[in-house]
Every structure is written in structure tokens, then in C-alpha cells.
Design a protein around this ligand. Structure first.
Ligand code: UP5
Ligand code: MG
Length: 192
């Protein structure tokens, strides 16, 4: 199997910006495959026999970025296994070297969809979700670490693609429906 003729869109934004929520809408309306790097890592963490379970658990709790070999392998395997050609890669790349490596070794991205969101909005959403999510990193200590990693390490990826005009930025500080109206307009222009 190969990944030729594959369209990859990176979906980036801070923790709780709404990446997963909006990707679900795009899957419904535009037939993309949604691959959340965080979801893939959490599934690998729970997989019996995985050699990476403890490593992933620790990185996620500390809001740190899992070594790219693990994440890129999970993404590439999921892409190949899907047999599909259009992907939303959610929450990846979170570090400049991961972006370059993925584009070189797997497939170049078409563009990045970036959800811009103030920290206080994201904090409120994550604390609320933490009441029921069961996610190890939906607590105030982990959230603060995730924000810091995003600002220091992940945002530079957005900045890098921005400089080559490859980013569509959408403000996320609105209702999910209002945010999606903006996202949908971008995708309608490109894919319909
Ligand atoms: N919500 C969503 N939109 C809303 C809106 N417009 N108005 C009001 N509420 C809204 O949304 C978060 C919450 O807000 C939900 O309750 C939702 O209903 C509500 P969601 O759509 O889940 O936001 P999302 O941006 O997907 O938030 P998430 O918490 O998933 O983002 P993170 O980037 O923090 O999490 P991710 O799973 O991507 O990564 C987790 C960790 O995995 C990382 O910290 C890192 O340790 C590790 N990781 C890697 O190491 N490498 C990777 O490549 C990826 C992850
Ligand atoms: Mg998510």
C-alpha cells in the first residue's frame, strides 16, 4: 500500500481549542478520515502488550510531546489501514522536527487549519470536560503544562507554516456551530 495522491490537512490549536469537535463536523460533511494523534497515543497506551504504554502515560500527564517515532508510526499505520486518501491529522505536528519529518517520510501537508483560542477559554472548557472525560491530563496541573508546551514548542509550527501562507486561521472563541460555519466556508471553497 502507498500514500500517493493523499491529501493531508494538519489541524492545530491549543489544548481544548476544539480540534476534535470541528474535525467530527468535517468528517460528516466532507468525507475526511479524522486521525487524532492524541487519541492514537491514548489507544496505544491502553493496548495490551504495547511497549510504549508507560512512556506515553508519563508524557501525556506531564503535557510533554511523545517522541516522534512513536506518533508518526501510529499515524502512518492508521492512514494505510484506512485505505482512504483524505486525512485530517489532528493535534500533530506539535514540534518543528516532527513537522519536517512527517512531510519528508510520509506525505506533505496541503495546509494547516489553526484554531486560535485564548487560554482562559480553553481552560474553562478543559476543566469542564475534566469532570467526566477521565483523561489523565484534564486537571489543572497538567493543563498548565500543556499550555506551556503549546506556546513554547507547538505554536512555532503554526508560525512556520504561516510564513509560507499555508495556514487557515479560525477563531474558536464562539459557539461550536459558529466556529464550524467559518471552517465550512474554507472547506467549501477548496473541496466542493
Ligand atoms: N468545546 C469544543 N468547542 C467548543 C466551543 N466552540 N464552545 C464551547 N465548548 C466547546 O474540545 C474540548 C472541550 O471543549 C470539549 O468538552 C468540547 O465539547 C468543548 P475538543 O474538541 O476536545 O478540543 P481539542 O482541541 O481536541 O482538545 P484536546 O484536549 O484534545 O487537545 P490537546 O491538544 O490538548 O489533546 P491531544 O489529545 O491532541 O493531545 C494530548 C497529549 O498527547 C498532548 O499533550 C501530548 O502529551 C500528547 N501528544 C503527543 O505527544 N504528540 C502528538 O502528536 C499528539 C499528542
Ligand atoms: Mg482532541
Amino acid at each position: 500500500k502507498t500514500l500517493q495522491k493523499t491529501t493531508v490537512i494538519f489541524v492545530l490549536g491549543g489544548p481544548g481549542a476544539g480540534k476534535g469537535t470541528q474535525c467530527a463536523n468535517l468528517v460528516r460533511d466532507f468525507g475526511f478520515v479524522h486521525l487524532s494523534a492524541g487519541d492514537l497515543l491514548r489507544a496505544e497506551q491502553e493496548r495490551p502488550g504495547s511497549q510504549y504504554g508507560d512512556l506515553i502515560r508519563n508524557y501525556i500527564k506531564e503535557g510533554q510531546i511523545v517522541p516522534m517515532e512513536v506518533t508518526i508510526a501510529l499515524l502512518e499505520n492508521a492512514m494505510l489501514a484506512s485505505g482512504q486518501t483524505r486525512f485530517l491529522i489532528d493535534g500533530f505536528p506539535r514540534k518543528m522536527d516532527q513537522a519536517l519529518k512527517f512531510e519528508e517520510a510520509v506525505v506533505p501537508s496541503k495546509f494547516t487549519l489553526y484554531f486560535e483560542c485564548p487560554e482562559e477559554v480553553m481552560l474553562k472548557r478543559l476543566m469542564k470536560r475534566g469532570e467526566t472525560s477521565g483523561r489523565d491530563d484534564d486537571n489543572i496541573e497538567s493543563i498548565k503544562k500543556r499550555f506551556r508546551t503549546f506556546t513554547e514548542t507547538s505554536y512555532p509550527v503554526v508560525d512556520f507554516y504561516n510564513k509560507s501562507g499555508k495556514v487557515h486561521t479560525v477563531s474558536c472563541a464562539d459557539t461550536p456551530e459558529a466556529v464550524y460555519a467559518k471552517v465550512k466556508a474554507i472547506f467549501n471553497d477548496l473541496f466542493k
